[in-house]
Design a binder for this molecule. Structure first.
Ligand code: NAP
Length: 314
């Protein structure tokens, strides 16, 4: 292993957790390398207005927030790379990380790979992804000017996306499998008072209709969860907002995780069960999942790395 492929700290992932870890680690002279992954900036880059990140009285867009975080990290010497980690080996020390054929070693690793949007699991949904099926209203809402769309889910994401989509769509149907929203009161009230949103309670999508080469989504089969009755409704686009799965497949042979794949860290710590490997942000947090909690977590991870390296070197 050449000297330059060995790093004190490699950060995998570039959402608020990864980039905050990078800011702290860079300021501690650890010269961290960040492999940004396939969605640089993480999930916030698909969020329109971020109104609850402290310090931005008027709000800030997700991409802008992530861009300034990255610049802040780079200013202190973090090495941000738009590359994707393809393999790891945490069984040996130093830890090994591959980006394609290129191998790196690191004294410490911070995993901040976040979580990804969940889909319903229908074959028709898979076929029509990018052809009327989306999990990102901010990315794709623009295409639905004066059209009708479904948003699926009952949490804050679904409520937020439904409201956002009314800026473009003529009508938004919010499809929820129960008769009560999981999302917060303020978001619920906003949606329920929005005349362009109609909630279809106790409803699930059984199948999605349309062909990618014939204009994409044209409708869906809806099922009433109380009566079991099904019906067809025409629709132009469908936005999934039913939660997320942690991005941890890469680590399954090496790190302890819970039954749904969230990494397990020690109490009051970001340390995983492997010495020198830390986890921060949504990849280990199924409860709060906020940009600010992820950022706080990234800070914790960097401080713990600093301590770990100091002990290694003394
Ligand atoms: P979530 O809170 O887990 O909600 C997921 C929703 O999707 C639930 O209503 C769930 O129904 C439904 N669902 C899950 N699987 C389904 C399936 N297979 N078929 C149909 N419906 C399904 O996820 P989230 O809305 O993405 O929010 C995640 C976290 O981020 C939350 O803590 C939230 O507060 C936060 N968040 C905050 C903001 C904000 O403050 N601006 C915006 C977005 C998200 P059930 O309710 O029946 O389980």
């Amino acid at each position: 292993m050449s000297e330059q492929n060995h790093k004190k700290l490699i950060i995998v992932g570039s959402g608020p957790a990864g980039l905050t870890a990078a800011i702290y680690a860079a300021r501690a002279n650890l010269a961290p390398v960040i492999f940004e992954g396939d969605q640089p900036g993480g999930q916030l880059t698909t969020t329109n207005e971020v109104e609850n990140y402290p310090g931005f009285e008027e709000g800030i867009t997700g991409p802008e927030l992530m861009d300034v975080m990255r610049k802040q990290a780079v200013r202190f010497g973090a090495d941000s790379r738009f590359e994707y980690v393809t393999k790891v080996d945490f069984a040996s020390t130093p830890h090994r990380i591959w980006v394609g054929d290129k191998e790196y070693t690191a004294d410490t690793v911070i995993i901040a790979t976040g979580a990804s949007a969940r889909y319903l699991g229908l074959a028709s949904e898979q076929k029509l992804k990018g052809f009327g099926v989306s999990a990102c209203a901010t990315c794709d809402g623009f295409f639905y000017r004066d059209k009708e769309v479904f948003v699926v889910g009952g949490g804050d994401s679904a409520l937020e996306e439904a409201g956002f989509l009314t800026k473009f769509a003529s009508k938004v149907y919010l499809i929820h499998r129960r008769d009560e929203f999981r999302g917060s009161k303020i978001m619920r009230d906003r949606v329920l008072n929005n005349p362009k949103v109609e909630v279809l309670w106790n409803t699930v999508i059984e199948d999605i209709l349309g062909e990618p080469d014939q204009g994409g989504v044209v409708g869906a089969i809806l099922k009433d969860t109380l009566t079991g009755e099904t019906r067809e409704q025409t629709i132009d686009g469908i936005f999934m907002a039913i939660g997320h799965n942690p991005n941890t497949k890469l680590f399954k042979d090496f790190l302890e995780m819970d039954e749904t794949g969230y990494l397990i860290t020690k109490p009051d710590s970001t340390a995983t069960d492997v010495p020198g490997v830390f986890a921060a942000g949504d990849v280990r947090d199924r409860v709060y999942r906020q940009a600010i909690t992820a950022a706080g977590n990234g800070c914790m991870a960097a401080l713990e790395v600093e301590r770990y390296i100091t002990e290694l070197e003394t």
